[in-house]
Design a protein around this ligand. Structure first.
Ligand SMILES: NC(=O)c1ccc[n+]([C@@H]2O[C@H](COP(=O)([O-])OP(=O)(O)OC[C@H]3O[C@@H](n4cnc5c(N)ncnc54)[C@H](OP(=O)(O)O)[C@@H]3O)[C@@H](O)[C@H]2O)c1
Length: 258
């Protein structure tokens, strides 16, 4: 199947590591032009150097911008940078660092407020500003979590914020659909990134934590970042042109609902 990503211009926030990085790699393999972001200038520089080799092989191009999703100026800066470089923007993957772990009984007001700014409002703002700037055929994908459908033990903030973001994505799909712009959400379960390794380590016994999680996954393993990247690239491509308003789990069958 041809994803028809050749020369398409995509923004990938949180693209220096993990799920964003894996998606950027897949898009570049398909010939897209990709702007990746992260908060660390050094990590952005390193990612651009590494991704340039993938871009060369795929016929695409990569650009890096240091930016925080929580910053109200970020969407305009990213749109401007991509447009200056390539003259257009066709879509975005909106990913961000996960919120701190902790149960409802222990998470502080400060932690809720900080996570709301980057995970919730940052995501809403990026989706709104980039989504309304996209031409017909544009596609947005928001990286959320299986916590949209069922609580993840010990991740109160994710459980609290992500279901709301999924409904924002669904509402935006209604609003932008008549203009030919699609909006979908991705719900990763346990994909083997730094974030998941940190969550396992934080339990005090990473091996036992991973074994317990894997036992709940029908495919009996963590997903590989590239397995997530391929699904995200499909959602961002015109190969999924009649898919919008969907929350798509990428979880090896883990979620206990349809
Ligand atoms: N991996 C999974 O299985 C899984 C499951 C459920 C949900 N999720 C969610 O999916 C998202 C991505 O997860 P991941 O595993 O890819 O995480 P990760 O490995 O920690 O990577 C996060 C990426 O986002 C960047 N980032 C963090 N905060 C940012 C901000 N405020 N603005 C811009 N960029 C930021 C990081 O770079 P800097 O730190 O340099 O900014 C990095 O490039 C997270 O929200 C996570 O909670 C992941």
């Amino acid at each position: 199947m041809d994803l028809q990503l050749n020369d398409r211009v995509l923004i990938v926030t949180g693209g220096t590591r993990g799920l964003g990085r894996a998606t950027a790699e897949q898009l570049l393999r398909e010939g897209a032009r990709v702007l990746v972001t992260g908060r660390s200038a050094e990590a952005v520089e390193r990612a651009v150097v590494d991704l340039a080799a993938v871009a060369d092989a795929g016929g695409g191009a990569v650009l890096g911008v240091t930016a925080d999703n929580a910053d109200p100026g970020t969407p305009a800066r990213l749109l401007e940078a991509a447009s200056d470089e390539w003259g257009r923007v066709d879509g975005a993957l909106i990913s961000v660092g996960g919120p701190p772990a902790g149960p409802v009984t222990a998470v502080t007001d400060e932690q809720w407020t900080a996570a709301f700014g980057s995970v919730f409002l940052g995501g809403v703002r990026l989706a709104r500003e980039i989504g309304t700037a996209l031409p017909a055929g544009g596609s947005l994908a928001m990286v959320l979590s299986t916590s949209v459908r069922q609580p993840v033990p010990g991740l109160a903030i994710s459980n609290g914020l992500r279901p709301g973001l999924a409904m924002v994505a669904k509402s935006l799909a209604d609003e932008l659909g008549p203009s030919g712009v699609r909006v979908n959400a991705l719900l990763p379960g346990r994909i083997g990134t730094d974030r998941v390794a940190e969550l396992d380590a934080a339990t005090g016994d990473a091996e036992a934590s991973k074994a317990a999680a894997v036992a709940q996954i029908p495919l009996r393993r963590y997903g590989r970042p590239e397995e997530f990247g391929r699904v995200a690239a499909f959602l961002l491509s015109s190969a999924s042109s009649y898919l919008t308003g969907v929350s798509l789990p990428v979880d090896g069958g883990m979620t206990r609902s349809l």
